[in-house]
Design a protein around this ligand. Sequence first.
Ligand code: NIG
Ligand code: FE
Length: 412
Amino acid sequence: MKTTLIKNIKQIVGIEREGKLRKCGKEMTETETLNDAYLVIEEGKIKAFGLMEELPEQTFDEEYDAKGGQVFPAFCDSHTHLVYANSREHEFVDKIRGLSYEEIAKRGGGILNSAKATAAASEDELYDLAQQRLDGVKSLGTGAIEIKSGYGLTTESELKLLRVIRRLKENSPLTIKSNFLGAHGIPMEYRGHQEDYVDLVINEMIPKVAAEGLADYIDVFCDQGFFTVEDTERILEAGIKYGMRPKIHANEMAVSGGVQVGVKYGAISVDHLEQMGDAEIESLKCSETMPTILPGCAFFLNLPLSPARKMIDAGLSVAMASDYNPGTAPSFNMQLVLSMACIRYRLTPEEALNATTINTAYAMGVSDQLGSITVGKRANFYITKPIPSYEYMPYSFGENKVETVFLNGNRL
Ligand code: NIG
Ligand code: FE
């Protein structure tokens, strides 16, 4: 059995001993730490950790000297659209000149712009682009990622995207979950009769996706100008029949009913949440659904901020993910999400850490194995350059503080 020792760790952060699968409300203010520590990996899992001065006399197959760096659980990014063909900086300029995201979408830009480029790209091209992006993702300290389809919008293209995600799963050291988002945009030819597109998603796409076992989750963009609550209910019911658990895009443009529909259908998460009333917060209490905020999207589109503080103070769990995509969040940097959580949403550093690790792990169904430093969990963590304290992680925004990353016990 291969063993690896990490020695001379200034501080281990994000220790979780009780096996909590997510942190709610006040629990989010807690992060256990250990100073001057070692950590032992055995067969890809965390075997033990403790004080350097109590390091057992033992030989290890490998040793790594952290040289005073800190150990944090690798980020889990529970919401991304990482597989796409083209960047969309021209729309970015249109937005600076005054067009809104919805206006761009109405005239056939936005998601439809990406769908056109995806249709023209081969599976290999999409795979190579996605692999390059994943290299960037892991170098910044992310160890698990959820990836959606949704830039296909035809059966053929949606399957192509999901097959790319399957290949990434097979070949990447990152833990990857796939999410079928056929209901991401309404193709031009279905404008005015979108129920026919919903029929296509239900009757053709979902059975084919399921036949190849391509999706862990099913998603719908339930929002003003996109899919209605009724469309969403129909699609979720069909997906659930085939064993896909819902994750929802809700309440980005308007209070859409998306949060309630997600809770009703046992969604593992409802995401975006820029527009939240008291009824939405109430509906999430005592539910299994993780409210997930996407700070990069609100930043990039200048949207109102989701009331994260109010949600945590009401006792809810909150997760924060990147939403990495070419239209509304062209950054997969979870260190930046951590900073935005504190700076823009007034989370404490401890709350922000929990929001981007254990709670995002929950939102992608992997928190029994990932998201904290826990004996028995997989050895997915990053070691920082020497930094003065863990609060420095969100404080020093824009700087890459990660020195090295271990995934499944292997150093990248
Ligand atoms: O999560 N809101 C819907 N979907 C993506 C954006 C997709 C795009 O504009 O390409 C999001 O922000
Ligand atoms: Fe998204």
